[in-house]
Design a protein around this ligand. Sequence first.
Ligand code: AMP
Ligand code: GLY
Length: 425
Amino acid sequence: MNILLIGSGGREHALAWSMAASPLCDRLFVAPGNPGTAQQGENVALDVTDHAAVIAFCRRESIDFVVVGPEAPLVAGLVDDLAAAGIKAFGPTRAAAQLEGSKAFTKDFCAEFGIPTAAYRRFTDAEAAKTYLRNYGVPIVVKADGLAAGKGVVVATSFEEAEAAVDAMLGGSFGEAGAEVVIEAYLEGEEASFFALCDGKTAIPFGTAQDHKRVHDGDEGPNTGGMGAYSPAAVLTPELQSRVMREIIEPTLAGMRARGTPYTGILYAGLMLTKDGPQLIEYNARLGDPETQVLLPRLKSDLVTAFLAACDGVLDSISLQWRPEAALTVVMAAKGYPGPVEKGSEIRGIAQAEGMEDVIVFHAGTKQEGDRIVSQGGRVLNVTALGTTITAAQKRAYEAVARIDWPEGFCRHDIGWRAVERERG
Ligand code: AMP
Ligand code: GLY
């Protein structure tokens, strides 16, 4: 079949790499793609916010299946519009993607269906929000309701910080996303990510991971989209995973179905493992970036078959096989990230890194200029390695990083530290 993948990041390079290897895949197109996806299929310069243009492309190229990587097109209803045009697409509908698109929606949903999450209140009025904060105490968490590219959450340790967050969000600095805020209780524990593949009624586990959001070693500095990740997350023991399925994922599928908006696609639960058990921090309606870059290298089963089974509502008839090895990815970013960065510096040594066994370099913000690869954004490469343990995967990933010659870039040097400490015992 012919497949169109939507997106352009490291996650999409990993998806393209997996799908291109499928016996079901004839031609693979990626819109808009990056130089990494261009090695797996054909990049196409489509404006993916123009749903009519995407549909026209699908008809012209006889696309049988569309896979949507990022959240924005899901929340914008691309899957709904493709379905209305008779084109099969992987990912939730606009209504189901509200689980990522609106924090207020998700908190109300959790309350209705008894899904464990931090206690919360919703506000559209700044004075009312501040009165609540003052009475509640710190630490406390202030969140913009809508999509804010990971920047809409402030974990405040003082009233001043919490009030400033309320003023910034309700004051319009997040546009529509900040028309409402959610204020919630601070949860204490270790964070981990759990992924489930869903077909509207059945969910099957799709792996675990942990990422590193802060820009500097030792989890210091500002938040980023993610500086590295590893899978599996041993902190999510088999017992805890069953609990997450039973207490969080399954009630979510049942609730979405009861509401007439069944959830199909990947459901990505950001969890806090508290002393009272796993609590939902947030849902994402898609695979993570860079988590995908460590999940897919571990997947033995055919990804296209699995995604099709989700779309066709037959997940109860398949099971997924995973490699026993661990995977770890190190994000190489342009100096200055997550602030402004310079583009256009040349990156050498990618082939030397990829020459190592069990190493894959996924492209994110890169650009092909003649026969050179140059930087084109903040997060630029994901250097990924497999190993018998996280410790072994980490060693191999950093050996591969050392082969990459890019003076204008940087990475963290401690990706995986929690798991490495755990393995050391
Ligand atoms: P989110 O975008 O909702 O995943 O939040 C971003 C980050 O803020 C999370 O990864 C957590 O580190 C932190 N965070 C969000 N909500 C809470 C909470 N209720 N308690 C503690 N930390 C939180
Ligand atoms: N790495 C976090 C995310 O994809 O949302």
